[in-house]
Design a protein around this ligand. Structure first.
Ligand code: SF4
Ligand code: SF4
Length: 419
């Protein structure tokens, strides 16, 4: 089996910079604005200056957290982690602080509560999208952010789906016991994708256990600087998955959640029982493509043909080996059309809501690159990228010409297994 690297085994020292500049070429924000303070090494310099000026704060806040700098750094520095290790976000403008505060509130009270999240999505769905787009007529970042949020989420009316059964037997001889991480947005807005993944796993010889007490992974709270909520959600998940033992793997359909779950040990004091539990959990976490690459079950595409793929930057930059193209290249009848890696599509958790200008510039470049491949289908591994790419295609009148699909729904699973 392929070993998935665990980030806490060779933990980078966030600040160990030798100023070589290798990271400049891979940093998406430096590519957009080639100024030293908007580069990874520039951000490390800014972090050591006190007090932070509003301009320095703005440069730090523009970091996407994509970790391309960490993957490229020969000295083992991680400017992204150094930025995230700050006590809290230091948004320079009052509007930025208001938006970050609202997002922190949502990450603490709405997103981890499935009932509240579904209600919020239903309310957004009921609101007329055109009405919400009128917000754009009011100048200012807040109206731009709300209009973007509405455009992304109004298509989703969460289905009134039955509660999930917590134990689903393998459809063939059992090879693995898999604990399934449902996720927050994934389960509320894209539940059919989770259904397809569970069906695939059962056909591949997995008995699927779905811990009922699991919650949001906490990545949104963590990246918004709310470390207390992030640790609380991590503890809830560790307890929920401990109750589901024994299992071989934790399978996740959202690449960004998989990365955060693997980094749970860093949320707890060194050598504490909580950190030991987090390590035992983290080494078994696999994003869906990683699991399929490692276990190599027979797979078929739902629709053969030419595809391009878009990997979550966070997973690509932390896993050190790309699972998504490896799985796609094994599928009969599928031809992969290469698109250049531009770093990040701009979604980056809540980044697109905090910095819509940067996010949309990155999205436009990504959509143009994907369109140039001529592929009719783009396969991705992360819900944030999926929603933002769909929005980007609509923005460029490409809906109908290019479809964006999650890997789980791109692979063929028998319908009767979707329960
Ligand atoms: S962060 Fe790493 S890659 Fe970038 S300048 Fe410093 S040592 Fe070089
Ligand atoms: S995490 Fe991404 S955006 Fe932030 S400094 Fe590193 S490469 Fe640049």
């Amino acid at each position: 089996m392929t070993e998935v690297p665990n980030p806490f085994v060779q933990k980078p020292d966030p600040y160990r910079c030798s100023r070589c500049g290798f990271c400049l070429a891979v940093c998406p924000t430096y590519r957009l604005a080639p100024r030293e303070p908007d580069s990874p090494r520039g951000r490390l310099v800014l972090l050591s200056s006190r007090p932070l000026s509003p301009v320095a704060s703005a440069c730090l806040d523009r970091c996407l957290g994509c970790r391309a700098c960490e993957a490229a750094c020969p000295a083992g520095a991680s400017p992204a982690r150094a930025v995230q290790a700050r006590a809290t976000l230091s948004c320079p403008s009052p509007t930025g602080r208001l938006i970050a505060g609202l997002l922190r509130f949502a990450a603490r009270t709405i997103i981890p509560a499935p009932g509240r999240l579904r209600l919020a999505l239903r309310l957004l769905h009921l609101l007329d999208r055109t009405f919400l787009q009128l917000l754009k007529l009011f100048p200012g970042q807040l109206s731009e952010t709300l209009a973007l949020l509405a455009a992304l989420l109004t298509p989703f009316a969460p289905p009134r789906a039955p509660r999930r059964t917590s134990l689903l037997p393998a459809r063939t001889e059992e090879k693995w016991r898999v604990a399934f991480f449902t996720g927050c947005l994934m389960e509320s807005a894209l539940r059919a994708t989770n259904d397809a993944a569970i069906a695939l796993l059962r056909q591949a010889g997995c008995t699927v256990v779905i811990p009922p007490a699991q919650t949001c992974c906490g990545a949104l709270a963590y990246h918004l600087g709310d470390k207390k909520t992030a640790a609380k959600l991590a503890r809830q998940n560790l307890d929920a998955f401990a109750a589901a033992e024994p299992y071989d793997f934790v399978v996740v359909t959202a690449a960004a959640c998989a990365v955060h779950l693997r980094e749970y040990p860093e949320l707890f004091p060194a050598a504490s029982p909580a950190q030991d539990a987090a390590r035992s959990f983290a080494v078994r976490v696999r994003e869906l493509a990683e699991f399929l690459r490692e276990t190599a079950p027979p797979l078929l595409p739902a629709a053969p043909g030419k595809v391009a793929y878009h990997e979550s930057c966070l997973l690509r930059n932390t896993a050190h080996a790309s699972a998504l193209p490896a799985v796609l290249s094994r599928l009969p009848g599928v031809e992969i059309l290469p698109a250049p890696h531009l770093g990040c599509c701009g979604s980056a958790g809540t980044y697109l809501l905090r910095h819509p200008d940067v996010a949309l510039a990155l999205l436009d470049a990504e959509v143009a690159a994907l369109a140039r491949t001529g592929a009719a289908t783009v396969v991705t591994d992360n819900p944030g990228c999926l929603l933002f790419l769909r929005y980007g295609l609509e923005r460029h009148n490409l809906t109908g010409k290019i479809a964006v699909r999650h890997l789980a729904t791109f692979l063929r699973a028998e319908r009767q297994d979707r329960q």
